[in-house]
Design a protein around this ligand. Structure first.
Ligand code: NAD
Length: 258
């Protein structure tokens, strides 16, 4: 039985991760870490603490979607007690990133800015298309709900980055975000970004490779947050028995071998 502690259990991701665990054989959520802010998932009857050091039972694996200051304590605890870590929290500063790297010398960690299986497959497909269709104009279009405060989305930027890398250029040198007014003709080799905001759109991303006489469109549509949770759990199961190290979703999904 894989004993899981969900860090950020009371949060949006914590709830969906708990729900996904409920449907899995061989996985048991024994504890959670959360501030006493929002309700815990219905059906949770494990130990709940607001700081990881208070846990009375050591889990096999932490699934952490919380905040950096909380995750850093989890990393210290995991190192001391030999726990594996699935780390989905975003927003680490350089010091935090160094601590992740240092902890991964002692315990296995999967760290990903995006745990969605579909998004990682999409990024791998974009990388291939960008390398083969060097001359195609690449336009990235993304849509999100009305509450999103940043644009382009982190996933859209990751799409641009893999494409730029496949073409041997830096994204910052070829990126064109939004167009308005007399823009002039499209510059060869640029990567365009367009952002749509409205309604309750969970997240939609398209990479359009526009060529003379043909077009390839690679698209990912998220319909709920469960895609992240399912990817995180896939990573947790994959991590069992692995040596200490910092692993990516590409390795979890075997995309590095395709
Ligand atoms: P949320 O605000 O809904 O939940 C945050 C959770 O962390 C809550 O349970 C809160 O109690 C807990 N928490 C925060 N600070 C804490 C502290 N100091 N001590 C103990 N517990 C603390 O957030 P969310 O939407 O669930 O997202 C959580 C994180 O996951 C964010 O960093 C978000 O960017 C990231 N995220 C990553 C992915 C991915 O695929 N990697 C996907 C979605 C969200």
């Amino acid at each position: 039985m894989l004993k899981v502690c969900i860090v950020g259990l009371s949060g949006r991701m914590g709830h969906v991760i708990f729900e996904c665990c409920q449907g899995m054989d061989g996985v048991k959520v024994i504890s959670g870490v959360a501030k006493n802010d929002t309700p815990l998932p219905i059906g949770f009857n494990g130990e709940i603490v607001d700081s990881v050091e208070q846990l009375t039972q050591v889990p096999d694996v932490f699934i952490d979607f919380s905040r950096p200051q909380c995750s850093l304590k989890v990393l210290a605890y995991a190192k001391e007690h030999g726990c594996r870590v699935i780390l989905g929290t975003t927003g680490f500063d350089d010091e935090g990133k160094s601590m992740i790297v240092a902890t991964a010398r002692a315990v296995p960690i999967v760290f990903a800015a995006n745990f969605s299986v579909g998004v990682n497959v999409m990024l791998a497909l974009i990388k291939k298309a960008a390398a083969v269709m060097q001359d195609a104009d690449l336009e990235i279009v993304e849509a999100h709900h009305r509450y999103k405060v940043d644009a382009p989305s982190g996933t859209a930027l990751a799409m641009g980055e893999v494409a730029a890398e496949a073409r041997g250029v830096a994204l910052k040198d070829v990126m064109v975000a939004g167009r308005h007014g007399i823009t002039g003709e499209r510059n060869y080799g640029t990567i365009g970004f367009s952002s749509i905001r409205g309604g309750d759109v969970v997240g939609e991303h398209q990479a359009m490779f526009l060529s003379d006489g043909e077009r390839v469109v690679i698209e990912h549509v998220a319909t709920s947050r469960s895609n992240f949770a399912r990817g995180a759990l896939r990573a947790a199961v994959w991590l069992e028995g692995k040596k200490p190290g910092l692993y990516t979703m590409n390795e979890v999904l075997g995309l590095d071998k395709i």
